[in-house]
Design a protein around this ligand. Structure first.
Ligand code: FAD
Length: 459
């Protein structure tokens, strides 16, 4: 559907969060002539990528009254996607001629480089001037046809303001989900969630069990092997009878899930192996959490399904005044944030027309039915994975943008495959140089870079 170019409204819009999603939302909203206030409770832009050595006092983050530390980034973290496909389409994540030696030019750079990239993006498009730092949104609720936003600054001063629309970009990697482990209440060891993991020192000479073997689990278990006596990964996707020693280290094993844990400190895996462990590290993901949102029960979060949401973005009865950027996972995050933001900005200005509330609800219902028919649990509602190309290209079509580039989709597919099959080497060894060349030629063609970065293409 081509965007309808009829009336164009300029609205007053609140964006919650100045991470990768909030920054691009602010840019796209302003490009569409809306006036924008970005609320950010931290003192700088970057969200998750603002590393801090501090973690929460409660290592499992179960206490609802704990002091929140937003970032889940650990010190050794490097991106899990190649940088060419990871960046925004309009501002590729590439080494630039003006970069100094403090920058990390690797294809899978460290978290510091991602933050530097987001700071570059904010500087390039003068986004910081829209951000109100150290200001937390504590309440968002409808007020007639508009939205009340209550915020609190670092001096504790509250302010109520009225906006035409609110775009929620508060991130979803801060509220940990902890695995249910039979017997855990009487197990005497320590437990920590990956949200609170920063460096491996505390695991020196320990036997550690890491639950979960996706991006964080695979990384953290390898980070710990350098100091720990033994590291055992419990993985839901590993068949129940298997146990294997993983390549690249002499003290790392992959098991099936944990069967039970016991008062004597033992941990029994479904494969029958037993270890005496000191610590369990839960790399078991996060929960969507919108503590500030009051929609009188219209929007709920059940088993990590936020709904009802049309295409993961618009609640049908409240659209387009309320929208969410960045909920889907297992996808090209920054690229998706950019497309979703363009869609929201255009829907608010009236350049793009959303379907009626009923039609949007029909779509949500059909999507849920499809998920169930495929036997997918509810908590996978926002997992795109194999459906990402269709989803991203569909949004691109709504806003009259070209579909995602083939090299971009091929890079993420190959990247995820390497992550799953070569978790010890995937960031430094790859076999898709031709895609790097295609990506950079594309950037050059669109005048997004001024020259090809020979150091990266030669590596
Ligand atoms: P965030 O970056 O979390 O930003 C949300 C912002 O909202 C924060 O600044 C926060 O302070 C602010 N905020 C929250 N609540 C409020 C409030 N009430 N009031 C005011 N401000 C508020 N993606 C990739 O593409 N590549 C990777 O390599 C990669 N690695 C990852 C590694 C880890 C360990 C994790 C957890 C995720 C990773 N991701 C990766 C996914 C990553 O989350 C996204 O790339 C992206 O950075 C998320 O951006 P966001 O803006 O949605 O959220």
């Amino acid at each position: 559907m081509a965007p309808a170019r009829t009336r164009v409204n300029s609205l007053h819009v609140a964006v919650i969060g100045a991470g990768a999603a909030g920054l691009v939302a602010a840019r796209e909203l302003r490009l569409e002539n809306h006036s924008v206030v970005v609320f950010e409770r931290d003192s700088k832009v970057g969200g998750l990528w603002v590393y801090t050595p501090n973690s929460e006092p409660d290592p499992l983050s179960l206490d609802p009254n704990r002091t929140i530390v937003h970032s889940s980034v650990y010190n050794s973290l490097r991106t899990n996607l190649p940088r060419e496909c990871m960046g925004y389409r309009d501002f590729p994540f590439v080494p630039r001629p003006e970069d100094d030696e403090s920058r990390d030019q690797r294809r899978y750079p460290s978290h510091r480089e991602v933050l530097a990239y987001l700071e570059d993006f904010a500087r390039e498009f003068k986004l910081v001037e829209m951000v109100r730092f150290k200001t937390e949104v504590v309440l968002v609720e409808p007020e007639g046809q508009k939205w009340k936003v209550q915020s609190k600054n670092s001096d504790g001063i509250s302010k109520d303001e009225i906006f035409d629309a609110v775009v929620v970009c508060n991130g979803h990697y801060t509220e940990p989900r902890v695995a249910h482990v039979p017997g855990i209440d009487s197990w005497p060891g320590k437990q920590i969630h990956s949200h609170n993991y920063r460096v491996p020192d505390q695991f020196k000479d320990q036997v550690v069990v890491v639950i979960g073997n996706f991006a964080s689990g695979a990384d953290i278990s390898r980070d710990i092997t350098g100091v720990a006596k033994e590291v055992h990964i419990a993985s839901r996707s590993n068949p129940s009878k298997t146990c294997s020693k993983l390549p690249g280290s002499n003290n790392l094993w992959l098991h099936s899930m944990i069967e039970s844990v016991h008062e004597d400190g033992s941990i029994v895996f479904q494969n029958g192996k037993v270890v005496q462990a000191d610590t369990i590290v839960h790399c078991t993901g996060y929960k969507y959490h919108f503590p500030f949102l009051n929609t009188n029960g219209y929007i709920t979060v059940e088993d990590n399904c936020v709904g009802p949401l049309y295409k993961h973005v618009f609640p049908p009865a409240l659209a387009p005044g309320l929208s969410f950027i960045g909920l889907p996972w297992m996808t090209l995050q920054f690229f998706m944030f950019e497309l979703q933001s363009k869609w929201v900005a255009a829907a608010l200005s009236g350049r793009v027309t959303l379907p009626s509330e009923d039609k949007m609800m029909e779509d949500v219902t059909a999507y849920y039915a499809k998920r169930e028919a495929y036997g997918q649990p509810k908590r996978y509602t926002h997992r795109l994975g194999g459906g990402q190309v269709e989803y991203l290209n569909w949004i691109a079509e709504q806003i009259g943008a070209p579909p995602g580039e083939q090299w971009r989709y091929q890079e993420i597919d190959g990247g995820y495959y390497r992550l799953a099959t070569q978790s010890d080497t995937f960031r430094d060894k790859w076999d898709d140089d031709h895609l790097i060349v295609e990506a950079y030629e594309d950037f050059l063609r669109h005048k997004l870079i001024s020259c090809l970065p020979s150091q990266l293409l030669e590596s």
